[in-house]
Design a protein around this ligand. Structure first.
Ligand SMILES: Nc1nc2c(c(=O)[nH]1)N[C@H]1C(S)=C(S)[C@@H](COP(=O)(O)O)O[C@H]1N2
Ligand SMILES: [Mo]
Length: 212
């Protein structure tokens, strides 16, 4: 594991800045405490895993009737959609109107068929990152397993070849370099969630830290 201590500390201090709840902005689409940006900043643990599309696989496993191990061709053969949504990072920037292209997470999960006891997921990434969500959150229409945005394939820095996008949660729930979706009966906090970030991460409720 690389030394993430500095990165983690600086990220937490940005998110804590003015740790009172933020004021609602002039733009009704920008949640409290956020500032609009247009340059699509990059945020991660400082490692960019090299994953060529040819070597990329997406595994869906755990509490499913049918474990999946999709390759690039199978992923491209799934119904493709574009969903425009806003992207809110807990370090206080928001970028509006991101035109994510890819496959709806709900379509991928329908193929795998979660069992009756399936209630939570862990997203696993090629850089070792994890994050968690209720299964229900992944079934939302606007949740995309994306390969493109802003009119071009995702760059490696932004999670290419494939990342998750969960617009209704702070962006740390949007796992870049997506490798696997693991389905459980019980919730299992991910990388940031065990370091004090809020489990739910709703930007409209300013759920930044677990003590917010
Ligand atoms: N695999 C992985 N996914 C990740 C991260 C990461 O470090 N590794 N960082 C998260 C955080 S904190 C944010 S804000 C968004 C940033 O996405 P971007 O770099 O494309 O703006 O990715 C999220 N997904
Ligand atoms: Mo973030």
């Amino acid at each position: 594991m690389p030394d993430w201590k500095k990165l983690i500390e600086s990220k937490i201090s940005l998110a804590k800045k003015g740790s009172k709840p933020g004021k609602a902005g002039a733009n009704a689409r920008i949640p409290a405490g956020q500032t609009e940006v247009r340059n699509f900043p990059r945020l991660d643990l400082g490692i960019v895993p090299e994953v060529a599309a040819a070597n990329w696989r997406l595994r869906i496993y755990g509490l499913v009737e049918r474990e999946l191990n999709l390759d690039w061709a199978a992923f491209q053969a799934m119904p493709q959609v574009t969903d425009i949504s806003d992207f809110h990072c807990v370090t206080r920037w928001s970028q509006l109107d991101m035109d994510w292209q890819g496959v709806r997470a709900q379509d991928l999960l329908a193929l795998a068929q979660p069992t009756a006891s399936a209630r939570f997921v862990t997203l696993h990434s090629y850089d070792g990152y994890t994050t968690n969500l209720p299964l229900e959150a992944l079934l939302d229409d606007d949740v995309i397993v994306a390969h493109s945005v802003l009119g071009a394939p995702l760059t490696a820095e932004h999670g290419g070849p494939v990342r998750l996008v969960v617009p209704k949660r702070y962006a740390w729930k949007s796992a870049k370099w997506l490798k696997a979706i693991e389905i459980h009966a019980f919730d299992k906090p991910g990388f940031w969630e065990v370091r004090g970030y809020h489990n739910e991460a709703d930007p409209w409720l300013e759920q930044r830290f677990s003590d917010d």
